[in-house]
Design a protein around this ligand. Structure first.
Ligand code: G3D
Ligand code: MG
Length: 186
């Protein structure tokens, strides 16, 4: 299997900048690793802060990965970065209902405080391999995504970053959203 991200460059002819955001532990690093290498992450190094990982244009798309939450000051810095992005990937641990509220608050802060309504959102409801993980409808509700209907393109895709299940579908949807938003703003 080739790298999934090459789809993005194939779709757009040039590398696109995608923000990958979510609370610490949601699975962002694991997602990034799988996008880049198409395999599971051999070892995860805990990361704190922001702008910590990127995929480069040679990989087909520029992915900026930022940890949010926990009172991080970084969130005041990613607004500008967000406005320059073509798409937002928001990663949620779908097995950790205790953090749904915090995840929702961070997401709404992100979306409401930046001038970014034209930027599509794909939520990765990660860790679907774990028993009892929330379905996409539950995650959509927990994140109050209905509020954005009609204002922003959004979709929730359940995935497992460790097995890769669902990730390709998620990237396909992001590609089609980005194409749609570019046609609208043209
Ligand atoms: P982050 O970058 O968002 O902080 P990480 O998150 O990618 O570091 O992942 C946090 C933990 O969740 C890691 O476990 C990782 O292996 C695990 N994880 C990520 N994706 C999945 C998944 O799809 N399924 C399962 N079961 N676990 C996943 P550790 O134990 O290293 O903290
Ligand atoms: Mg990480």
């Amino acid at each position: 299997m080739g790298s999934i991200v090459t789809k993005l460059s194939t779709a757009f002819g040039s590398p696109e900048r995608i923000m990958v955001l979510g609370l610490g532990g949601a699975g962002k690093t694991t997602v990034l690793y799988r996008l880049k290498f198409g395999t599971a992450l051999p070892m995860v190094t805990p990361t704190v802060g922001f702008n910590i990982e990127t995929l480069t244009p040679q990989d087909g798309a520029v992915f900026k990965v930022w940890d949010i939450g926990g009172g991080s000051q970084a969130k005041y810095m990613w607004k500008r970065c967000l406005q320059q992005s073509k798409g937002i990937i928001y990663v949620v641990d779908s097995s950790d209902r205790d953090r749904f509220d915090e995840s929702q608050e961070e997401l709404s802060f992100l979306l409401d405080s930046s001038n970014s309504e034209n930027i599509p959102l794909v939520v990765l409801a990660n860790k679907r391999d774990l028993p009892g993980s929330a379905a996409s409808t539950e995650v959509a509700q927990a994140l109050a995504l209905q509020e954005y209907t009609g204002r922003r393109m959004w979709h929730v895709q359940t995935i497992s970053a460790t097995t890769g299940d669902g990730l390709e579908e998620a990237i396909d949807i992001l590609c089609s959203f980005i194409k749609d938003s570019e046609q609208r703003t043209r």
